[in-house]
Design a protein around this ligand. Sequence first.
Ligand code: NAD
Length: 319
Amino acid sequence: MKVAVFSTNQYDQDFLTQYNTGHEVKFLKVSLSEETAAVAFGYEAVCVFVNDKLNKAVLDLLAVAGLKLIVLRCAGFNNVDLPYAEELNIPVLRVPAYSPEAVAEHAMALILTLNRKTHKAYNRVREGNFSLEKLMGVNLFQRTVAVIGTGNIGQAFCRILKGFGCTVKAYDPYPSSDMQDLGVIYGTLEDTLRDADIISLHCPLNSSTQYLINENQLKQLKRGAMLINTSRGGLIHTHAVIKALKSGIIGSLGLDVYEQESEFFFHDFSEDVIQDDQLTQLISFPNVLITGHQGFLTAEALSEIAKVTFGNIDAWYSG
Ligand code: NAD
């Protein structure tokens, strides 16, 4: 098949080239949007990621260009207008569980860093400052952690938390018996959030989960709670979270995802000014740690993504 890969990073090219099962692949060094969709003209499949926008306008352009298949290199699919793709008769395939551990471990990395303030220590030591001022942390051992969503990633995360001796509470409309056997305590969303020292989000973004963490939910939290989001930016109401950081309701915040991330993440703005007041405010808090959607970025995950992506293309091609 003729496959157009929308990707702005070298990793995709390296891993997809390694696992290509014989397709004619073109790497387009742009993200997919209304402005760039025309470059997919003449390709039978587009291979896209979380930052590519597949709204109605883009899908119309791709359909006119003769597109037959959309392959996502990710698990989440909130960036695709699925009902419209179905209407256009364009199948959408994804990579459901390429490495839950990659994202779960990244969530834990954010927790440990914020908890022990190693991001501050790292910068200080590089300046020759070995003082311990304002570096006191708290033990993770015996803390109560709320896991919102116990699918593939949430479950991998619960296992890690149990290893650290945490009390793990969870909310998921479909509780897992494996997690219950592990000692995870399921409750309502409200009860789970209220009891937590740390909250970590692992559910998908859809119309019912948008702004799951909003002003009302934030009011119920334990003062000084830590909030971690490695799932999708739209799960939290950023403005309300900034207010909660200012008032001390949220004691620390770790984000791998951001509400408007398609405009910022994966791009290098080091020579430029970030034109986003909320992101600029968030970065200015010393107790906020933001990474640019790298939870998935391990060698094992990238290999699996590439393998499954070509497996998906082959399966569709052979009917
Ligand atoms: P999954 O489908 O295996 O699990 C999602 C779980 O969320 C399911 O158990 C589901 O029942 C639950 N859920 C649905 N609605 C809920 C709600 N309202 N409240 C609580 N739980 C709810 O998905 P996964 O593979 O575990 O991935 C979870 C999310 O992680 C993805 O949707 C994606 O947005 C994100 N993700 C991020 C990265 C990254 O690099 N940061 C990488 C992969 C996935």
